[in-house]
Write a protein that binds this ligand. Sequence first.
Ligand code: GLA
Length: 337
Amino acid sequence: MAEKVRARGPGRVNLIGEHTDYNAGLALPFAIDRGVTVTAEPLAGDRIEARALDLGESDEFALAGPERATGWRAFVRGAVAELQAAGHELRPVRLTIESDLEQGAGLSSSAALETALCLALLGEEPADRVELAKLCSRVENDWVGAETGLLDQLAALFSDPGHAVRIDFASLEIEPVPLELAGWTLVTLDSGATHTHAGSGYNERRRECREACAALGVASLREATEIDDLPEPLRARARHVLTENARVDATIAALRAGDLDEVGRLLDASHASLRDDYAASVPEVEQTVERLKEAGAAGARMVGGGFGGAVLALLPPGVAVPDGALGVVPGPPAGLL
Ligand code: GLA
């Protein structure tokens, strides 16, 4: 490894396609230009040291066989363990973590951290970015205890400035879609209600989707066509997933046609479906959506896992960015600096 390596992992916004990734469905995310930077400096000995600068906290553990921990330490230890399990020979390093991305705001500070950590620990471009996304997801699933899908990691690793990416989670095909907004702007606004996937209704929704698949006799909800016989709330959960997949392709068609009013309507429809069918909203998120609509948004919806976090809104030309909102554009993917 070179003397000192720096890597950056971006946060992401999902334009549309929520709770579809673990249902072999479709999504249309992009990485933003905020994220997490990890610096790795070689150390003597056989240990890893880590410092989370923003938190003023540190950690230290044996390179061979890290033990379990909680919070941000679980990400670091998990990244080290999973990279080694995948056959990478790691060196003892001191890791310094810095972030300009809000945590728990639904912008996936988790994937930003995982991708930056893994790239800094590897110290070189990975042979296969899809494999790295899966590895990062194992860190989150097995070390942090959140059963999240691959949306955030693939968005962070495959973003393309000026584009959103259409991800098909059945085939893992990734296709850039130009995001030409012609004077319209996308903004996110934190609802103030923080969420952690490990502790929210997220894992429960995943279980409900599995139950719906079992009842329908399909491997994933992507294969489901007829859901009327499902008992509630499974029918509502499945309906969200099926209609959300359709909204992803409808959004791509509207973007290609330059019909941003229609994109706004689709964002609203996605939010209504997440709130009513998926029951993933909370009062703070509803108030934030209302505030953005009153400010003139053409469409607004919760982003990410829900149960708190940020709201994404599409503002027509001439509508001022509301106080506290952050303009978001597709930035570069995770990489070594
Ligand atoms: C979180 C998870 C993703 C995805 C979204 C919902 O961001 O990390 O895998 O499931 O929620 O679309």
